[in-house]
Design a protein. Sequence first.
Length: 262
Amino acid sequence: MFRGFRPTSLRVQSVESLSHNTKRLRFEYPNQTLTSGLQLTSSVLVFCWPQKSWLPAIRPYTPVSSLNQCGFLDLVVKKYPHGKVSSHLHTLQPGDSLYFLGPLPGGYRWSAATATEHSQVYLIAGGSGITPTYQLARGILEENPDGHTKVQVVFGANTAQDLVLKKELDTLQRRFADRLQMHYLVSEAEPSVGEAGNKDVSYGARVTTSRLQQFFGAKRQGGEKVFVCGPPGIENALVGGKANGRGILEELGFEKDQIHVF
Ligand SMILES: Cc1cc2nc3c(=O)[nH]c(=O)nc-3n(C[C@H](O)[C@H](O)[C@H](O)COP(=O)(O)OP(=O)(O)OC[C@H]3O[C@@H](n4cnc5c(N)ncnc54)[C@H](O)[C@@H]3O)c2cc1C
């Protein structure tokens, strides 16, 4: 479907609300036998004309449907207050159309060759950063079912309701129980009133050095790779920078070339 970076208009087939600010939008291809043609971890560009704007606004999104899925493409979109494109996407209804361009050049490409180099992959996602994380975790596990690459996902969010795609991640975890480990961390201190709470979710928990050391171990080994995708706060804390010096991952002994920030 996405070849040669040509603009393509796709129709919305369905819209599902996943949380108070996140929706899953399904776009149908003109031909039901088509697949996306995207690679792990490609993104597509979406462009639209937000209300009262002459100029189009363009933003990247990472599809969460399988790359080999025939007939449609799913985006999971978090709406930001006053966000130009995310607000527009949240107004879409079945039958509406949206322009796409893709695949977005650059980024990280996971392949069969990469899989042989990495025996252990750590994926750390914050909020809507779960979309490339989910795509990559599923790709590593499904496309190479006999592969030796093990995956740990650390998914941090504000509340348990913000853990979008948790159902899909849990299904993946059950299918690949010996290769995938999930860690859910939410900053809310306890389940909201009226909610039972999830026993596999750590409440009042943040991504810290000691917590990651508990998950990943203290000693680094060859063949490890870390992927980070989240809001700037979590990315800065993990990889560091001029303002805050060494990041958590460096403290844990990861080398710069073992870390990829989406
Ligand atoms: C490679 C890539 C893939 C992406 N995939 C997805 C995806 O699958 N799903 C998804 O929901 N988003 C994804 N994003 C983010 C997306 O591209 C937009 O940045 C996001 O939807 C906000 O755009 P907007 O036009 O609505 O907001 P803007 O009009 O650009 O910004 C409005 C306000 O929201 C704040 N804001 C914007 N983006 C963020 C952010 N990421 N974190 C915190 N505050 C923010 C801004 O500071 C501003 O105050 C991806 C980004 C990249 C780079």
